[in-house]
Design a protein. Structure first.
Length: 379
């Protein structure tokens, strides 16, 4: 969403997996949102029936999929309708790539490959535990955000002194991580993880997205916040350029799918490595409070098997409550399960109580991490 891919250079702005929907996703939700159109159903690719292991070895360039006739066509039409409602003549162009991003200097948006086919969305869900943009609402949030970047490129808005004074300079280097201030009222809230705080360009894109969203009632919601100055500025700026043809009309694309030769397997290995998290075993004391290694409970269910059985359910709940990535939470869970096994811990209370107590523990640990100075969000 969105963000910066530092490893490939700063010619490409993106956020991997970021800006997330706060609601947990289920496979049924993905299948409903990513339902194939009649065109897609009539021309099913051979790989749609392949098992995951075979599909993962396929290079991106061999997917041979497109936006036309895909599930993402309707959200793009909705976005164009929202721009029309504000009398903006600008329309970003779209292409498929490996992630969501809008490149610097190009008035367009890359859409990830998994958005155009339900089989690819299921693979994304299996590999990363969620599908960024995989629900209608989430998809529209990202499209509005990325369009904020694209319109800045189309009209050279970063060059305006007024924009620089209010949002900051685009020349500020994108960080590998950022430390958000969750209670700050100087930034709008659109995508999760307080994304507007990550960089001046993201602040602009998030403000544009809130301004563009139908029914956002931003004047009322942000009344009294310092962020209202940015929204009022955005309102005047968009009225100023609405009927003006953009000076940048390039339809150039960066990293289009047909030019990506890496395999899906390599892509997901890199992606999981980026969002993995190494935690110290600082929760041993809390685990011992919930479970026990006392001989009196030696015949009870092991804590490791208990947590393994509930892993998916707990992960989704905590992700929904905290806004943290499911993949990151799963890494913490995996560590906790390993510690329970190493410490030979077992249930000491009824399962319902243990489930509730552990879910609360994991939520508190996650929120403490999010709201402390130690929390850094990966871009």
């Amino acid at each position: 969403m969105l963000g910066s891919k530092v490893s490939l250079g700063e010619e490409r702005r993106r956020v991997l997996l970021n800006p997330r929907d706060s609601c947990p996703q289920r496979a049924a939700d993905i299948q409903k949102t990513m339902a194939p159109s009649g065109t897609q159903a009539a021309q099913e690719p051979e790989w749609a029936a392949w098992p995951d292991e075979k599909l993962l070895d396929l290079p991106f360039c061999d997917l041979k999929v497109g936006i036309e006739g895909s599930p993402v066509e309707a959200p793009i039409r909705q976005l164009y309708g929202e721009l029309e409602a504000h009398r903006l003549i600008f329309r970003p162009h779209f292409w498929l790539s490996d992630e969501w991003f809008s490149p610097d200097g190009i008035p367009g948006v890359a859409i990830p490959f998994y958005m155009v086919h339900e089989r690819l969305a299921r693979l994304e869900l299996k590999q990363m535990f969620e599908v960024e943009g995989g629900t209608s609402e989430w998809c529209m949030r990202i499209l509005r955000h990325e369009t904020g970047h694209a319109i800045e490129n189309a009209y050279h808005l970063r060059r305006r002194r007024s924009r620089q004074r209010l949002f900051g300079r685009s020349s500020m280097a994108y960080p590998d991580y950022y430390t958000p201030k969750p209670y700050s009222k100087s930034f709008v809230l659109h995508l999760d993880m307080w994304y507007a705080q990550s960089h001046p360009d993201e602040d602009f894109a998030e403000t544009f997205a809130v301004w563009l969203t139908p029914g956002s009632m931003w004047r009322e919601r942000y009344a009294g916040w310092p962020a209202i100055k940015k929204l009022l500025y955005m309102d005047n700026l968009m009225k100023d350029i609405a009927a003006t043809p953009p000076p940048v009309t390039s339809t150039q694309t960066i990293d289009p799918l047909p030019q990506l030769h890496k395999s899906l397997r390599t892509h997901y290995e890199d992606k999981r490595r980026h969002y993995g998290l190494s935690h110290p075993h600082f929760y041993d004391r809390d685990l011992r409070r919930l479970f026990s290694d006392a001989p009196a409970f030696a015949t009870n269910t092991t804590a490791a098997s208990f947590l393994s059985r509930l892993r998916k359910e707990i992960r989704r709940k905590v992700a929904g409550w905290t806004g943290e990535y499911q993949y990151t939470i799963d890494q913490v869970l995996e560590n906790m399960i390993k510690r329970c096994r190493d410490l030979n811990l077992r249930l000491a209370v009824p399962e319902d109580q243990a489930k509730l107590d552990f879910t609360i523990l994991l939520t508190v640990q996650t929120m403490n991490f999010l709201h402390s100075g130690r929390h850094r969000v990966a871009l």
